[in-house]
Design a protein around this ligand. Structure first.
Ligand SMILES: Cc1cc2nc3c(=O)[nH]c(=O)nc-3n(C[C@H](O)[C@H](O)[C@H](O)COP(=O)(O)O)c2cc1C
Length: 726
C-alpha cells in the first residue's frame, strides 16, 4: 500500500495543545521505523499547514490528528486562526477540500467559558462537511475538571483509529480502549492491596497519609499501583505506549528532543497573522521586543507589600521607535517572563545532568531551566506520573504515582490544585525526587506567555503601553507557607525601584535620584479580535469591569478622551505620531472594527458611556482618580461603583445594573440605541452572574423574545462582548 501523509496539527494559545501534539508526534515517530503506513509524521501549527498542506487535501490521501484549544471568548488560538477561517468559509456542497482526509480532533477547553471547546467543535464539523472522514468522535477535554483523562483516552485511540482508516479497515473492528466518560470524577476502585510499605519519614508521604486519613481514604502506600490505571503521562506513562502497542509496534524511551518546543517555536516563527502597515518590523512571540519598564505604581494596597494582602500594580513598558509594535484598546500585551533565579537555584542541584543537546546544539542546565521549562506552573497529573520514576525513595515514588492516578484524584485536588503546587514545592516535600534534565524537558511545557489587557490608548501622549494586575500572593493551605505568583511577584520585585523608592532619595526630584538599571521584559502584541471599541465614537458603550477587569476600559476611555482631542485640534501630527493601531486584520474578523482615528477626526460627538465597577472596599478602588477625572471631563457619562464589604447601594456590579434607572438606561443604550456592552473579568462567577442579570434586564424588551434569547442575539451580533478569564 502506498504510504500516505500523517499530519499532527495543533492550535495552542498557552502551550497545552502544542505540548500534547509534540509528545504524540514523538510517540508516533518512534513507531515509524517499523510501521510503514505513513510517511514520517509531520508536526505543525494550524497556520503553517494552510499554504503548504491544505492544497493537497482534496487530491492525495492525508491523515490528520488535530489538537486545538479555544481561547478568548470562543476564539481560535492565533496559530490556528488561518486554518479556522479558511475552513469556516468553505461551504460543504461546493468545496470538498478535505475529500481525501481522514481526521480526528481533540478539543481542549474549559467549561467555565460559554463556548466550551468551540474551535475544536467547529473544525471537527468543518472537516466533515468539507468531505473528510471522521475516524473517531470529537474528544473534549475540560481544563476545569482536569484535562488528563480525556487527553490520555484520545492518545490511546487516535493513532489506532487513524491507522486503521488509512489501511481501509473497518473502524468498528479496531481494538481500542473505550473513551473516558466525559467529566466524571474517577471512583476509587482498588483498595485491597494489603502489604503496607514501611513507615516513611518523607514529609510529602506523611502529609499525603494525613490528607487521606482526614478524607477517610485508605493510606496511599497501601494502594497496588500496578493494578491501577494511571493517567496518560505522555512522556513516561505506560498508558500511551500501550495504546500504540495495540498495533504491535511498541516503542522505546521517547527521549528524542525533536519535538522540543524551542525548535517548534522557531519553525513557526513566520506564521503569525499580524503584520504592521506602518513598518516592516513586527514583534511576535517568537521575536519579542525587549522593553524597558519605564514606570510602575501601586494602584491599591501599597501598604500591604510583604504582608500577603491584596495589591494591584500598573506598569508602563516602553514601545520601540520603529513602530513595529502596534495596538488598539481591547488588545493585550503578551509578556514572556523567564523563571526567577531563586526558583532555578532552588531546584537546580536536584536536576541531574549539566547540559542537553537540542537538535545538535548543546544547552546548559541553567539556561534551559531559566528560559524554557515551565516548572513554576501547577503540576499536572501526567507530570507527577513522569516524576514518580525519578524518586529514589519507593514510598515517595508510590505517592507520586498515586497522585497521578485515577484513585488519587481527590487528594490531587486537595494537595496540588488547592495549594497551586509546582515542581519547586514538590521537591521540598519529596526529598528523594531527582529527575534528569532531559526528563524535565520532556515532561514540562515551555514557559507560556502571560497576557494582560492594555490600560493606555495609542492616541495618548505616552511612549509606552500600560497594563495592570493583582499580585498573586497566597498562603498554602497545606503548611501555611506564603507564596508569590511567579510572574506578578517577579514584577513586584524587579519594579522595586519605582514601587518602593529608596527613602533616602525620596525627597529628591526624580532627575536627581541615582540612576538604577531599568528592568526590562520581553513583550509582543496580542490583538483582540472582538473586544474593540466601536469605530464610530458616537455609539454608546456600557462597560462592566469589577476589580482588574476595569483595565481595558481605562484604555477605552483614554482612547475616547484623546481621540476627541485629535478631532478638536485636527493636529494630524498628534495622531500620526502616536497612533499604533495599523494592524491588517481581515474584515470578517472584526465584530466592531478597529479603524484608526478617522471616526474621531470626523468630529462626531462621543457617545454616552457608563462604567460599572466593584471591589471589596473603597481602599481597593483602582484608578479612582482617573475615573473621577473622566467623569468630570465628560469622557465618561457615569461611573457606578459598589463595594462588596461596605454598606452601599449594592454589593456587586449586577446589583447596581439591576437598579431600575440603570436597567432602563442599559435597555435604552443597548437595545434601542444600538450601543455596545462589554464585560471583563472573572469568568467563573462574575461574568456568569452579569449575563444572568442582563437576561433579567432584557426580559420583556420589545421584539426581544425573552431575556435569554435577547442576550444570545446581542452576543451573536457582537453587541455584548466578553473578555474573561478563569
Ligand atoms: C484567556 C483564556 C480564554 C479561554 N477561553 C476559552 C473559551 O472561550 N472556551 C473554552 O472552552 N476554553 C477557553 N479557555 C480554556 C483553554 O482552552 C484551556 O485552558 C486550554 O487547556 C488551553 O490550551 P492551550 O494552552 O493549548 O491554548 C480559555 C483559556 C484562557 C486562558
Amino acid at each position: 500500500m502506498a504510504e500516505q501523509a500523517l499530519l499532527i496539527i495543533y492550535g495552542s494559545a498557552t502551550g497545552n495543545s502544542e505540548h500534547i501534539a509534540t509528545q504524540l508526534h514523538k510517540k508516533i515517530q518512534a513507531l515509524q521505523p517499523t510501521d510503514s503506513t505513513f510517511t514520517p509524521a509531520i508536526l505543525l501549527d494550524g497556520n503553517s499547514c494552510v499554504k503548504t498542506n491544505l492544497p493537497n487535501w482534496s487530491k492525495s490521501p492525508t491523515s490528520i490528528i488535530l489538537i486545538t484549544s479555544t481561547t478568548g471568548d470562543g476564539d481560535s488560538p492565533e496559530n490556528i486562526s488561518r486554518l479556522f477561517r479558511t475552513l469556516k468559509r468553505k461551504s460543504s456542497a461546493v468545496d470538498k477540500i478535505c475529500g481525501c482526509v481522514n481526521f480526528c480532533v481533540l478539543a481542549l477547553g474549559d467549561t467555565n467559558y460559554s463556548k466550551f471547546c468551540y474551535t475544536g467543535e467547529v473544525l471537527d464539523k468543518k472537516f466533515k462537511e468539507c468531505g473528510g472522514t471522521r475516524v473517531m468522535p470529537l474528544t473534549k477535554a475540560d481544563e476545569a475538571t482536569g484535562l488528563e483523562e480525556q487527553v490520555s483516552s484520545f492518545e490511546d485511540r487516535a493513532y489506532a483509529c487513524i491507522k486503521a482508516a488509512a489501511l481501509g479497515q473497518d473502524l468498528s473492528d479496531v481494538d481500542v480502549p473505550p473513551p473516558a466518560p466525559n467529566g466524571d470524577t474517577p471512583k476509587i476502585t482498588n483498595v485491597t492491596a494489603p502489604t503496607p510499605l514501611p513507615t516513611s519519614t518523607s514529609p510529602g508521604v506523611i502529609l499525603l497519609q494525613k490528607l487521606c486519613a482526614a478524607s477517610s481514604l485508605p493510606d496511599p502506600l497501601t494502594f497496588d499501583i500496578s493494578g491501577e490505571e494511571v493517567l496518560g503521562g505522555l512522556q513516561s506513562s505506560q498508558a500511551s505506549s500501550v495504546a500504540l502497542d495495540i498495533q504491535g509496534k511498541g516503542e522505546e524511551g521517547g527521549s528524542s528532543l525533536n519535538g522540543y518546543p524551542l525548535s517548534l517555536n522557531d519553525s513557526v516563527a513566520e506564521s503569525g497573522t499580524i503584520t504592521s502597515t506602518s513598518s516592516h518590523t513586527h514583534y511576535t512571540r517568537q521575536q519579542p521586543y525587549s522593553s524597558p519598564i519605564t514606570s510602575a505604581r501601586y494602584l491599591a494596597g501599597k501598604e500591604n507589600y510583604g504582608k500577603g494582602e491584596r495589591r494591584v500594580i500598573e506598569i508602563c513598558m516602553e514601545l520601540p521607535d520603529d513602530f513595529g509594535y502596534e495596538y488598539t484598546p481591547g488588545d493585550s500585551v503578551g509578556i514572556l517572563i523567564p523563571n526567577s533565579p531563586e526558583s532555578v537555584n532552588s531546584i537546580e542541584s536536584r536536576i541531574k545532568g549539566e547540559s542537553v543537546m537540542i537538535e545538535g546544539e548543546e544547552f546548559g542546565k541553567d539556561g534551559v531551566l531559566r528560559e524554557r521549562v515551565n516548572f513554576n506552573g501547577v503540576l499536572r497529573r501526567r507530570e507527577l506520573i513522569g516524576l514518580s520514576e525519578a524518586c529514589t525513595d519507593p514510598s515517595e515514588s508510590t505517592c507520586l504515582k498515586y497522585l497521578g492516578s485515577k484513585s488519587g484524584s481527590a487528594i490531587y485536588t486537595k494537595f496540588i490544585t488547592a495549594n497551586s503546587l509546582s515542581l519547586v514545592h514538590l521537591m521540598e516535600f519529596f526529598p528523594s525526587l531527582s529527575p534528569g534534565l532531559e526528563e524535565v524537558l520532556n515532561l514540562f511545557t515551555c514557559i507560556p506567555p502571560r497576557y494582560y489587557s492594555v490600560t493606555t490608548s495609542p492616541l495618548q501622549n505616552v511612549k509606552g503601553v500600560g497594563v495592570a494586575f493583582s499580585v498573586v500572593d497566597y498562603k498554602m493551605e497545606v503548611n501555611g507557607d506564603r507564596r508569590l505568583g511567579h510572574v506578578t511577584g517577579h514584577f513586584e520585585e524587579i519594579c522595586g525601584m519605582y514601587l518602593r523608592p529608596d527613602p533616602r532619595f525620596a525627597r529628591l526630584p526624580i532627575a536627581l535620584r541615582p540612576k538604577l538599571p531599568c528592568p526590562s521584559v520581553k513583550i509582543f502584541p496580542f490583538p483582540s479580535k472582538h473586544f474593540k471599541l466601536p469605530a464610530d465614537p458616537s455609539y454608546p458603550i456600557v462597560m462592566v469591569g469589577p476589580g482588574t477587569g476595569v483595565a481595558p476600559f481605562m484604555s477605552f476611555i483614554n482612547h475616547r478622551k484623546f481621540g476627541r482631542k485629535v478631532a478638536k485640534h485636527e493636529t494630524e501630527e498628534t495622531c500620526e505620531g502616536e497612533w499604533r493601531g495599523g494592524f491588517e486584520l481581515e474584515g470578517e474578523e472584526l465584530a466592531v472594527g478597529t479603524e484608526d482615528a478617522q471616526g474621531y477626526r470626523s468630529s462626531k460627538e462621543i457617545g454616552e458611556s457608563h462604567l460599572f465597577f466593584g471591589c471589596r472596599t473603597r481602599k481597593d478602588w483602582i484608578f479612582e482618580e482617573e475615573i473621577k477625572a473622566f467623569e468630570k471631563g465628560g469622557e465618561l457619562t457615569k461611573a457606578h461603583v459598589c463595594f462588596s464589604r461596605e454598606e452601599g447601594e449594592g454589593k456587586y456590579v449586577q446589583d447596581l445594573m439591576k437598579k431600575e434607572e440603570n436597567a432602563e438606561k442599559i435597555r435604552d443604550l443597548i437595545a434601542k440605541k444600538n450601543g455596545y456592552l462589554y464585560i471583563c473579568g472573572d469568568a467563573a462567577n462574575m461574568a456568569r452572574d452579569v449575563l444572568l442579570c442582563l437576561e433579567e434586564i432584557f426580559d420583556g424588551c420589545e421584539g426581544g423574545g425573552g431575556g435569554k434569547k435577547m442576550v444570545e442575539k446581542l452576543k451573536c451580533r457582537g453587541k455584548i462582548l466578553l473578555d474573561i478569564w478563569s
